[in-house]
Design a protein around this ligand. Structure first.
Ligand SMILES: [Cu+2]
Length: 158
């Protein structure tokens, strides 16, 4: 019974000297693709980085929109649809990207204050009890003069 304890006693100082505080999880590259139409929701994207411990994103809040949801785009019977998701695992030392075509945030009613300042603060609720505050850059639809309502193929045929 003595040998295992002796090994642990030797290993512990090495482990302690190798790291200081545990690396925290964090979120970056947050941005919002503003919908050209105020009636339809806008999508948001970011990258979540796991720290030394795995964690879950349990929800996202913002004071600058009426509602936020986490969504996932999935193929069902050959059709792309999206579903709300309640939580997302961020593995230890791994990362999870919310990106166009996959997981994304959906915002309803982004207010003009946020649009005018070009960014909005998001609060990510984590399963370890932390709240991560991140500024998401708001990217407006193509120049205001570009007719959003024009046919998508308007420039074809040249
Ligand atoms: Cu969505």
């Amino acid at each position: 019974m003595r040998a295992p304890f002796a090994l642990i006693a030797l290993a512990a100082p090495l482990a302690l000297s190798a790291c200081g505080d545990p690396a925290p999880s964090y979120i970056d590259q947050a941005w919002v693709r503003l919908s050209p139409n105020k009636e339809s929701p806008s999508a948001g994207y970011f990258v979540a980085h796991g720290g030394d411990a795995g964690v879950q994103i349990r929800g996202v809040l913002t004071a600058y929109a009426v509602k936020v949801e986490m969504h996932e785009s999935v193929m069902e019977n050959g059709v792309m649809t999206m579903k709300p998701i309640d939580s997302v695992d961020v593995p230890a030392k791994g990362k999870v990207s919310f990106a166009p075509g996959g997981k994304h945030l959906m915002f309803w009613g982004i207010n003009d204050t946020a649009i005018n300042q070009g960014k909005m603060e998001l609060t990510f609720l984590m399963s370890d009890g932390k709240r991560l505050l991140v500024d998401a850059v708001i990217r407006k639809p193509e120049a205001a003069g570009a007719p959003a309502a024009a046919p998508a193929n308007a420039h074809e045929g040249h």
